[in-house]
Design a binder for this molecule. Sequence first.
Ligand code: SF4
Length: 916
Amino acid sequence: MAWQFPKMTRRTFLKSTSVSAVGATLYHPDWIKLAGPTHPDAADHFAHSICNYCSSFCSLRITVAEKKGKQRIMKLGGNPNSTLNGDKICARGQSGLRQVYSANRIKTPLIRVAGSKRGEMKFRSATWEEAWDYIAQKSKSIKPWEWTVYGGWSTCSFYVPHTIAFTSAIQCPNLITSPTQNCVFDGHLGTNSMIGNFVVHGENIEDYENSDYILSIIGNACIGGVSTCRAVRFSAGKEKGAKVVVLDPRASETAAKADEWYAIKPGTDLDFTLAMLREMMNNGWYDEDFLVSHSNMPFLVRKNAHNAWELYLSAQKEPAVIDAKSGQVVFLPAFSNHNLQGSNGNSVTPLLRAPQGFTHNGEAMLTVFDAQHQELQPYTPEWAAANTGISADDIRKIAREFSTAKSPIVIPGWSGARYGNIQMLRRVQAMIQTLKGRLDVPGGWIFGGDYREQVRNMWAQKDNPKAPPLASLAGMPFVYWSANAAANPGTHDHGYPAWAAVHRDQTPKDSPDWAAFPFTTEVGLDSAIKGKLTWKGAPYLCKAILLNGTNPMRDAPEGFWQEAFTHPNMELVVVMDVMPADTVAYADVVLPELTYLERDEPAIYGNGVNPDNMLITRYQAIPPAYDNVILTDAFLKLTEVLTGSSEPYYQSVQALMGIPAARLKALTEKKRAQGIQNPFTMALRQMDFEAKAKGLGITPQKLDAVLREKGVYPVAKADELIANYGMPRKMALPTPSGRAEFYSNLYGQLREQFGLWDNPYFSVLATHIPADCRPGSKAPMADDEFYFTFGMVPVVSHCSPNNDFQPLVSISKFRGDIYTGLWVHSQRAGKLGLKEGDKVWVTNQLTQQKAEASVHVTRLVREDTVFLYSGYGDQNPALTHGYRMGTALNKITPDFIEPVSGGFRSQEFTVRLERA
Ligand code: SF4
């Protein structure tokens, strides 16, 4: 079966799938004892919460002191009851309390001073009534489809369902999600295409602790980024003796802990992995049983009329294999977690490789394994050595060591938007991992407990046409559903699809700003703002934007958002945030958001990237310092402001999330009458406690007591989950076929939909896509020319070139040379006469964008490469901690995208240095 994109609806997806039966009993957390002290060093009291500074969802224990009736947060620490991060959190997480007490914090609603321009930080304090009224007046002439909602970091991790419900309530088809273009889509789509998952940073977890060989390729962020839970497990693996091999142009934080560091040439990681995959397949270094049983490697393929590989399918779209026993071609169910039973119910033993010269019905056919093996042959270790700078012997050695290790893992990394070939790299990394069958087994890639539960729930509801999509879809099926909603003109009464879809369909495919899968990114926004798109014979404009907790002024390439915010067609800019990030200066009205330490969450969540299934939530550590709002209550009010009634939001929440509207409304009104702040959020919270407690067979009071006192509610252990619901051994993966897809149905569908048969970005098999940092030039690099790389600094931002919380920057001052400087190799610095701390202009050779940087001289970077940490360079003086500290990365990165999902090619260029 091939998923249709983007025409797929939730119902058609579920109707066309089936899943093998699985069964197990989840254990009850009898280790929880509520008696006794909560902490041996108990101060005044502790509160439990969730860190807000990366997607790891570390469980927090917060020390709160109380004096003369006033409460103050003294310390943020890890929660020893959490098997995710234990009693540890990183420096970034610890400094979160600075946000609460920052003098820069936005304390009241702000309205732009009449006569001032967007970009000027000129606001007057306003009441909430004034702010809502301002939005109501300005939005009178703005149609629902002329709005764009941009959900930021908190939205991405905590409020996706509510944000989608809100856009549905106000009939807005346009939703951008913050890290998507930089990180999640571009970084993960390749991996997701192989194993079907899609959870913000939780889809596959490298089990460092139980691995004996850890290979990190473009993957520093997982460890050095830093994700405490991963760093803790990585350390445990190291202590147990795991060998660590790191490929990175720079001696990263992860490389510093490695046994071997290879300074690979920027942009050639794909070349390395293709050669490694070739070595593994050529030498038989794979788990044949796993590939035969749970992957689409034995499926038959043939060349089609476009001379492209294509699956051989029955009229019912079933894949075919050669049965080893009968030698016959046999069709298999289109969707299953295994290949061992034919569509007719008979047992099958598929051949991994077709006999030499195999034909069927007069057509030459190979298996996917054969075709991939054939396609890889040009990518020899010698070929890769010439490109990567890593010797052929070392490539062979790494491939052999990885293949012969008992529990090898590849760290695929997080931050993805680097080169156009990143998705193919992620696919090949996933292939290397899957070739060894090291998927969802201890010491391999395993799945988060929460994510696994979501997939189980999805399969359990597959025959329920009334299942609310946002509560019953997980992984890639969720992505397909939401993309379909954005692209489908019928989603909303007004008949307008998202401008992203219109832009895609009205832009030539060879245009540099065309992407096949642009939904939830900025791709197409400038066309909408400038009136270049048409729908129903009239311009399709974007006239208003609502941003929550995101800072695109620093996320996206410099210039894009200045132009968007200040364009004459942009009638209203509403920003909701805690801190005056650069983007706030471009708002017309600013809505102050409550910090994560001052609020109860509207729901109970899973414990992020914890392989165990644990429940967590946030408890207010201290009373709110100001009259600020929580996002969910802001959505309810904005629905009322924009549509004249809050009813559409209640109805959307019911239709999409399955939360009964009438009770939610009644509870909200009751809490409002009681004077409870953010009553809608608190009503949601009460109902979620009731629903979760019911599922666990306990009372809401008991669940509340455990979470309040312990900070976590354990549901099931990872080993039990893997034994009973391991994917794909026991339960289907959320891929179109349910198996691990070496032949990619996702890219195959996009290839067919857009007729891109020979475009390597849409290849169904692994292939080479060169990173082209110097297009059209074969000349040697100039004396002052370098490849450009960047990375995450452990103390600042979690991903991408963004900077959402500036006070954290201040704690890196003590190592400013390393964290804020441009890393230049000492040999090259010497030749250019540059010393530590010298100021230079860094100029992008493709776009001539330039930024000033301070030189950090080091031997820990390739001679032909410079490196910069992301997360600096704020321009808003209202941010007193981070203002103008370091270099704004997005002043150098260009607005070039790759053609699949529109990810930025944020390293695919060279720079030249000149003394400033
Ligand atoms: S790893 Fe992430 S979630 Fe954990 S403490 Fe650090 S910033 Fe917070």
